[in-house]
Design a protein around this ligand. Sequence first.
Ligand SMILES: NC(=O)c1ccc[n+]([C@@H]2O[C@H](COP(=O)([O-])OP(=O)(O)OC[C@H]3O[C@@H](n4cnc5c(N)ncnc54)[C@H](OP(=O)(O)O)[C@@H]3O)[C@@H](O)[C@H]2O)c1
Length: 234
Amino acid sequence: MVEHNGKTALVTGANRGIGKAISYALAKQGFFVILGGRTLKDVKKLEKDWTNEGLHVHGVILDVTNNGSISMVKMALMQNDIKVDILINNAGIFLEKKLPFSQSSEQAMIDSFQTNTMGAYRLSKEFLPDMLANNYGRIINLVPGIIKETASIHVAYKVSKMALMTLTAMMADEYKDANIKINSACPMWCRTDMGGPRATYSAEEGANSLLWLINTDEHSPTGKFFINGQEKPF
Ligand SMILES: NC(=O)c1ccc[n+]([C@@H]2O[C@H](COP(=O)([O-])OP(=O)(O)OC[C@H]3O[C@@H](n4cnc5c(N)ncnc54)[C@H](OP(=O)(O)O)[C@@H]3O)[C@@H](O)[C@H]2O)c1
């Protein structure tokens, strides 16, 4: 049995890809990990397998585009007196890959904002007040490393993630006097459904490159953008 370190992490899109890898890595470090997924049976399967390994995890149904779903998670946690210390806004979609602006659709823009930008907005709004009350919180918003490149390609994805990076910096500014660190990070190019089989890194390697942002002290950076531990401009 892994010893619980007293902190709770909530990961969105924990059922597969980088979300699954970071959830497992956090649980191995002793965090109690709430596994958020759109399909309950997927996260319950992980809960069962990982609990059998002695890890502290709990699967919940969580759709980041649905306020009701987010409130249900918050309520269930409150009823059990559980506060979220670490929030990993990992859930994301990559629509209309490669399409330039002229061929992009309004629907893809809206859907990408709903998940990639507003998902993180909603989760942060719901859980930041508790972090503030505890004077402790770490939020990581997952973004791609290609963000600065303005080539007209991946339009819906890049614009929604760019907005997320701006939101990250704004939230960090508002909470800068508390021990709350909110950063954007790129997990590098990983072999997941989104990254594809030709990507350079495994999901586990991508997840591991983010872990240091969780285990930071009150003097660590906030409102920044990192790739593999290196701060990058955006
Ligand atoms: N892979 C890379 O190379 C790479 C590089 C840079 C950044 N990232 C970022 O890292 C994050 C994870 O990427 P990935 O490669 O692991 O992607 P992935 O394999 O496609 O997995 C995406 C995850 O997001 C979940 N998701 C999508 N919409 C959701 C919603 N409305 N509510 C809750 N969950 C939702 C999916 O759940 P379902 O199974 O229900 O669809 C899935 O668990 C993304 O934010 C991505 O932008 C990835």
